[in-house]
Design a protein. Structure first.
Lengths: 444, 436
């Protein structure tokens, strides 16, 4: 395998093929489809779907509002709990949340398409020029929100609604965080992430400053001094190391970086992709990078995961999606050594592993797999840029149920806090709850 | 194979499925298509007097109520009787009857309430060779404003009078079509019987406004900003029709009066129910207007299969079997005690039964057991109202189970195996008087 040069190039497909491959994964419901689907909802008492939703959206109510011809009322019901309901409708693993516990899933294996209905409602509301919320009378208080991802945006919106002035500090040049840089393209087509940012900001009272990374140009102490409260929605900036030798060799890429690059690419044909791709990991990021590589024209895409299908963080639905798109998933294998030629990775030597009393043990057998590109998708880590100013727990910021950190006046939410579920919807919930807590604090 | 043949007041048809007098039976073209599809008979769309034909609106004639996926549940129309010349209709009726001698051909008639009008038209209709006539005393819209249709059907004396004229001036069997837009259907039925009618058919459409256009604040269908009430029909009206048929079937005076049932018949099952309630034939309109004539095939095979399964060889074998079981509330057995039971294996835990019972009924369903979501009926609170059964989305998940012995945990009273009803109940002042 070491004989050939890595085959990495763009233009593997025709223009039309790129367009087809990166179109909406699930085309939206039209009016009639939405009516028929909404009619399937039983309007359950104390509905399991609502309990399963991290943002506790009143799902039966919004579906009934669609059914009675008022998708915009439905959207309001959704936004009340989750202002990023549009993105969540697209990226939530509904099959492991609301739809998993839908009584129709239990009864007949066919849940009400809650995610699709949520998208239908929010899409219609977002077509409106008028923002659905008005701000309360200005309080004269100001809040700094660090990070413009789902947690930060949700927090900023709710604070603005309560009449506070919000300044969002964002390290990147573009707003949106993971929604803008981390979501697979086919889940948020037509620049939806930016449209949603505009929608959220249209409430008014939120200023955004780009290029302001905490710990660099931005100091926590200054924020504490200049604002009445601070919310940190920093996300995860670090990437786990492979653990195999030579894992910083050229040819080994971080999946999150590649996904971000893909999301920002104006012309997908100019984005180089390998002919043979190996992805290491078992979560949504692994699936997203694998599937998108395939859609970019890669010939062979293999996900290597060290445990079985049941242990993968990616839901069975996501695993199916990958396999349907032609991605191969190999289980119970772990990278042992990066195969290098001329300073570039050309493949991996892997151990076959097994679970012995909860510990992974190499069986002694190995195999080599050739790759033009190798993606690491083995999890992200919180990088403490605050020099220990805030207490951590399990390597992430410690926060209580309201998002209060160990330091008074500072709240945190989203992936950067301990116990984070690494879900957009969970981050939104953190942001909204922290905003309510901050509001109570500021008005006390 | 069950024998579906029908002999209704001497009018024979290969099956009891007739098309009602309505748009589907307006002309030769439709009726021939219907007969080809297998309908047992038709009641030709109502003929009016000789002279300039009536006119219809040139805007929308129908409005509707839809269920899920636009399933049509109720239809409303403001179409009048035939707007084609009398002579043309008569020629076509004659031709079709000649070509389809085995099918029932009934002609619906609506002329002004004068003896001369009826005397004039009857021989012309009889000349077509049709099997009988149906007197349209039912249409609630348009013609009623001119003293015809429901305007006649709402006055029993007029019904009796016109029926008598018809029996006097023709040898054809006379069916009186009744309007449901009255308070007690037994009065017009008795009047028809007194006038000598051979049968009644019911129900005609119910006066209705199906919806209001909230942009223009006008009833639908809207004609240039205005709307007029129409006649309501379709699946939604079946329960009303079934009750009216039952009322006539069990009335002391009209019991045994042949009935051609109309009102929301959509499937073989609807037809079987009307026949069980004593109908000799059923008339269909909305179902055909919704799905086309082919539905009669399902109706015929469905009725036939059900009869085979039940061992009924002919329609007469089960016709009217439900009539003796229709009674007044006061005769219902108050010692019949049932309790709702939720099949935990079938329960999908939607909680609709709980919400319905807790909010609107008798607080007899629990929503939690051992800290888990669990819906179960509490017999000591259950009055057996059946609401949970009706709101449950799962077939047969909640059923009513009869309690035949022991004590009713709700009332604390022993179950009395002997039936007893209101007429003898101690709380009934009339019963006490009777006992004295």
């Amino acid at each position: 395998m070491a004989d050939r040069k890595p085959d990495i190039s763009g233009k593997r497909l025709t223009k039309a093929e790129y367009a087809v491959n990166f179109t909406d994964l699930h085309p939206p419901l039209d009016d009639h489809e939405a009516l028929v689907e909404s009619d399937r909802c039983y309007f359950c008492h104390d509905a399991p779907c609502m309990t399963a939703c991290p943002t506790s959206i009143d799902i039966p109510m919004f579906i009934r509002q669609i059914q009675t011809g008022h998708p915009k009322s439905a959207a309001k019901t959704i936004f009340d709990q989750n202002i990023l309901g549009g993105m969540c409708a697209r990226v939530c693993p509904t099959e492991t949340l609301c739809e998993e516990v839908c009584v129709r899933q239990v009864a007949e294996g066919k849940p009400v398409k809650i995610g699709m209905l949520q998208r239908y409602a929010t899409d219609r509301a977002m077509m409106d020029d008028k923002h659905p919320y008005t701000r309360a009378k200005a309080t004269g208080k100001s809040v700094a929100v660090v990070g413009s991802g789902p947690a930060g945006l949700a927090c900023a919106h709710r604070l603005a609604m309560h009449g506070h002035h919000v300044t969002v500090f964002e390290a990147r040049k573009k707003t949106g965080g993971l929604n803008e840089f981390g979501i697979a393209s086919y889940k948020a087509v037509d620049g939806f992430a930016q449209k949603e940012v505009e929608f959220v900001l249209s409430i008014g009272g939120i200023a955004i400053e780009h290029g302001k990374a905490l710990g660099k140009k931005l100091k926590l102490a200054e924020l504490q001094k200049n604002f009445d409260a601070v919310f940190l929605g920093l996300g995860l900036q670090g990437v786990n190391a492979l653990g195999a030798k030579d894992d910083d060799t050229a040819g080994i890429e971080d999946a999150v970086d590649y996904i971000a690059e893909l999301r920002q690419a104006k012309d997908l044909s100019k984005l180089p992709v390998g002919r043979r791709i190996v992805v290491i990991g078992g979560g949504m990021t692994a699936i997203d990078v694998a599937v998108q590589s395939k859609l970019l024209g890669a010939e062979d895409v293999t996900i290597l995961y060290r445990r079985g299908a049941a242990q993968m963080k990616a839901s069975p639905y996501e695993q199916d999606l990958a396999q349907t798109k032609g991605v191969k998933i190999k289980h119970w294998v772990a990278p042992k050594k990066v195969l290098v030629k001329n300073g570039t990775a050309v493949g991996l030597r892997c151990d076959y592993v097994m679970d012995v009393k909860g510990k992974l043990v190499a069986t002694g057998e190995t195999f080599d797999i050739a790759a033009d590109m190798i993606f690491k998708a083995i999890g992200q880590t919180y990088v403490d840029v605050l020099g220990g100013a805030l207490a951590l727990e399990g390597g992430r910021i410690k926060a209580d149920a309201e998002g209060r950190t160990s330091v008074a006046g500072i709240w945190a939410g989203g992936d950067c806090v301990a116990g984070g579920k690494d879900l957009t919807v969970a981050a939104v919930d953190d942001g909204r709850r922290a905003a309510e807590s901050i509001n109570a604090f500021l008005r006390a | 194979m069950a024998d579906l043949r029908s002999n209704f007041i001497g009018i024979k048809s290969p099956n009891p499925f007739w098309l009602a007098s309505a748009p589907p039976t307006d002309k030769e073209y439709n009726v021939v298509r219907a007969f080809k599809a297998g309908w047992g008979g038709v009641v030709w769309k109502t003929l009016g007097e000789e002279g300039p034909p009536i006119v219809n609106v040139n805007g929308p004639r129908y409005g509707a109520i839809h269920g899920a996926d636009r399933r049509l549940l109720g239809l409303n129309n403001i179409e009048l009787i035939t707007d084609r010349p009398l002579e043309v209709n008569l020629q076509e009726i004659k031709k079709v009857k000649r070509e389809w001698p085995d099918r029932a051909m009934i002609v619906s008639i609506m002329v002004p309430c004068t003896e001369d009008s009826w005397k004039a038209i009857l021989p012309k209709v009889e000349e077509t060779g049709c099997d009988g006539i149906e007197l349209n005393f039912g249409c609630p819209h348009g013609m009623s404003e001119r003293g015809m249709g429901a305007a006649v059907g709402q006055v029993p004396e007029y019904i009796e009078m016109v029926a008598r004229w018809c029996k006097q001036y023709t040898r054809m069997p006379v069916i009186v079509k009744l309007t449901p837009n009255i308070t007690d259907i037994r009065y017009p039925a008795r009047a028809a019987l007194k006038g000598g009618a051979d049968a009644v058919s019911l129900i005609n459409t119910i006066s209705s406004i199906v919806s209001v256009d909230l942009d223009n604040f006008a009833p639908m269908p809207t004609i240039d900003g205005k709307g007029s009430h129409g006649g309501y029909c379709g699946p939604a009206v079946k329960p009303i029709a079934l009750n009216m048929v039952a009322e006539i079937a069990r009335d002391r005076e009209t019991h045994g009066l042949p009935i051609s049932a109309i009102g929301g018949v959509t499937t073989w099952r609807d037809a079987a129910e009307f026949i069980a309630m004593s109908a000799g034939t059923v008339q269909v309109c909305t179902a055909a207007m919704t799905y086309g004539f082919r539905i009669v095939e399902e109706m015929k095979t469905g009725l036939s299969r059900w009869m085979d399964e039940k061992g009924y060889k002919t329609i007469e074998d089960f016709r009217g079997r439900a009539v003796p079981n229709v009674t007044d509330w006061q005769y219902l057995n108050l010692n019949y005690v049932t309790k709702a039971k939720i099949d935990q294996d079938l329960c999908i835990k939607c909680g609709r039964c709980y919400a319905a019972c807790e909010d609107t009924s008798h607080q007899a369903i629990m929503q939690e057991k051992d800290g888990k979501r669990h819906f179960e009926v509490m017999d000591d609170e259950c009055v057996a109202c059946n609401l949970c059964v009706e709101v449950c989305p799962v077939d047969n998940c909640i059923t009513m189970v009869r309690q035949t012995k022991g004590v009713d945990p709700r009332t604390g009273k022993a179950i009395d195996p002997k039936p007893a009803n209101w007429t003898t109940h101690p709380n009934n002042p009339m019963a006490l008087k009777a006992a004295e």
